[in-house]
Design a binder for this molecule. Structure first.
Ligand code: UTP
Length: 275
């Protein structure tokens, strides 16, 4: 059973300026819940209980969110509003939360490596909270954790995208070993339409084996001068086995304004339909 989940959340979120000038992008709410809370709930549903965050300057609100706020709780005690805090209280009581800082934004691969002291030598989940995933029956990370039990290797979540959109993603290719499961043999970060080895795009959900840290330590800066997780996963695929899993569910790119608005609209419709 995978115990730990890493949340790289050090990025500046420049696409959301000025909203993200003094507030972490991960605290943007869809409905009444911030993006990071959806991510932690998904990890918890997958059986993970140790939540590890890679943060940076200006991200203190993340720590405060996963802590008690006595003054506020005292204020609403006994009122109908108390139930609004039920879900977050449940998370706080059920999980542990630890934090480390990435001092310089050297890329997602570097952010993962920065998380090593919080993870150690065990397999772990990774959630990029600005990718909001929804699946009614079972969360995406839970689907992946089950696959890990069977295959015991790193797994990346992928979805098919329009060839005109591949330049926004890491793109994988390989042999389909069973429906929806590809053994990765190639992986390119943000390729042009012409360079892309397929239209299978990696989204912000991963299960990684601890061998990834050793690889990241010697991974040179790649695309955009950043240490790319994609390059490290490709190295892992070449020396062993990595799977790409076409997940069941919906993914919203809440790092973009368009995706965020879509998520807000669809989640709100779900909430009001359920009432
Ligand atoms: P993004 O590419 O979305 O970058 O990072 P960003 O800075 O968050 O947002 P924009 O593009 O400026 O609007 C993907 C994920 O990787 C994390 C981010 O926090 C986000 O969850 N990340 C990226 C880090 O933690 N550290 C980095 O150095 C880079």
């Amino acid at each position: 059973m995978i115990q730990k989940c890493l949340f790289p959340a050090a990025g500046y979120g420049t696409r959301f300026l000025p909203a993200t000038k003094a507030m972490p992008k991960e605290m943007l709410p869809v409905g009444t819940k911030p993006l990071i809370q959806y991510g932690v709930e998904e990890a918890m549903e997958a059986g993970m209980r140790n939540m590890a965050f890679v943060t940076g300057r200006g991200k203190r609100a993340l720590e405060d969110h996963f802590d008690l706020n006595y003054e506020l709780e005292h204020q609403i005690q006994g009122s109908s509003k108390e139930k609004l805090l039920e879900e977050i209280r449940h998370l706080i009581e059920s999980c542990s939360f630890s934090y480390t800082r990435q001092n310089e934004m050297k890329g997602l691969g570097h952010a993962i490596l920065t998380g090593y002291p919080l993870i150690g030598n065990e397999p772990f989940g990774v959630v990029l909270a600005d990718d909001l995933c929804y699946n009614e029956e079972e969360g995406v990370l839970s689907q992946m954790a089950k696959l890990y039990e069977k295959h015991q290797c790193s797994i990346v979540a992928v979805m098919e995208v329009d060839p005109d959109q591949v330049h926004k993603y890491g793109v994988v290719a390989g042999e389909e070993i069973e429906p929806g499961l590809v053994r990765v043999s190639n992986m390119v970060e943000k390729p042009t339409k012409e360079q892309a080895p397929s239209n299978l795009a990696v989204i912000g959900r991963y299960i990684l084996t601890p061998g990834i840290f050793e690889i990241l330590r010697s991974t040179e800066p790649g695309f955009n001068g950043e240490i790319q997780l994609t390059d490290a996963i490709l190295a892992q695929a070449r020396s062993g086995k990595v799977l790409a899993y076409r997940f069941k569910g919906e993914r919203y790119d809440c790092g973009s304004i368009e995706g965020f608005v879509k998520a807000t609209t669809e989640f709100y419709a779900r909430i009001t339909d359920a009432d």
